[in-house]
Design a protein around this ligand. Structure first.
Ligand code: ASP
Length: 315
């Protein structure tokens, strides 16, 4: 019998206690991952998730989130969601109450409103400041960003749109990945992000795509990603990680192989993953040779999360 536990990426360590508390009280993995993710979404110092999240290229915050139940493989996902305080809880409502798995944009907002999800302005002084710094860095001439989308035309004409964007987008990433196993052996996973810096309006990354940025299955484990979402979509990275474990690899071996798959794309941008199996083994990995791959582990016998160092995977 595996001790109930919860794990998460980057700064989630300080927020995992919300999920650990639920697990200690005999609650479900789904409730635990949602509760911990909500705290990260409320953190005003994190400009990549929820409150203060980095806006799209027009200065509008569009949030992506997914939550998945490993027992049923039911999932809830929202993309390009505006004006709601907890994208992860809107995703949870989709999982629990919608006849669909993925809702985006105005439709997702209409659903969230009908479900009485908490509305809120996610913009802060910090997010405005970060946005301005990116914009100043990205454009040389004034007024090139406007609703008429002259900026797209300008860069498309110079045939540099893709290159310009890749350079830009590689510089600011961030997403929270949280996953847990409860006393019944059920696994759940949650992902929430404001997406990549200065993304196009309507751009969805891997985070709202089940199988790309998030996947879990009680029979094997859970996997989730952060980094340049386009790459995880192209490789179906989260589902592929589970597939590797299904075929006998342990989480470390699966993580290494999936990061090598990313290198194999020979594309601009990096990828990171966090993985657990249903025996309680955990790992994380990154394609970045210089960045420490960190995840945090917190089981029901602990009072503090434990920092665990993952793997740097070279090409
Ligand atoms: N994966 C996210 C996205 O592409 C962003 C990130 O993790 O940096 O939207």
């Amino acid at each position: 019998m595996v001790k109930p536990f919860i794990i998460g990426t980057r700064n989630s360590g300080e927020f995992l206690h919300a999920g650990a508390k639920i697990l200690k009280e005999g609650g479900t993995a789904l409730d635990a991952v949602e509760a911990a993710t909500r705290l990260v979404e409320l953190n005003p110092n994190d400009t990549s998730v929820g409150l203060a999240g980095i806006p799209n290229i027009l200065g509008v915050q569009e949030m992506d989130a997914t939550i998945m139940c490993g027992k049923t493989r039911n999932s809830g996902a929202v993309g390009a969601l505006k004006g709601f305080k907890h994208p992860i809880s809107v995703a949870r409502k989709v999982l629990d109450d919608a006849p669909h798995v993925l809702l985006v944009g105005a439709g997702a907002e209409r659903f969230a409103k009908a479900m009485e999800c908490e509305e809120g302005d996610l913009e802060t002084e910090l997010s405005r400041k970060v946005y301005k710094a990116f914009i100043d860095d990205a454009f040389d001439d004034e007024g090139v960003i406007d609703e008429s989308q002259k900026w797209v035309v300008k860069y498309a004409k110079s045939q540099n749109l893709k290159k310009w964007y890749e350079k830009l987008a590689d510089e600011h990433h961030g997403t929270v990945n949280i996953m847990a196993m409860d006393a019944d052996g059920n696994i759940a996973s949650a992902v929430s992000t404001s997406g990549t810096a200065l993304k196009f309006p309507g751009r969805l990354g891997d985070s709202p795509i089940i199988g790309a940025g998030n996947y879990c299955d009680n029979r094997y484990g859970a996997a989730a990603c952060t980094g340049m979402g386009e790459l995880a979509i192209r490789n179906s990275t989260a589902r592929t990680l589970i597939h590797y474990m299904e075929n006998g690899l342990n989480p470390e071996e699966a993580a290494i192989l999936s990061m090598k798959d990313i290198h194999d794309l020979s594309a601009v941008g990096g990828m990171n993953c966090i993985v657990m199996d249903n025996k309680g083994n955990t790992t994380s990995a990154t394609t970045n040779p210089d960045r420490e791959s960190v995840h945090w582990y917190y089981d029901v016998d602990m009072t503090e999360p434990e920092k665990r160092i993952g793997i740097n995977v070279n090409p």
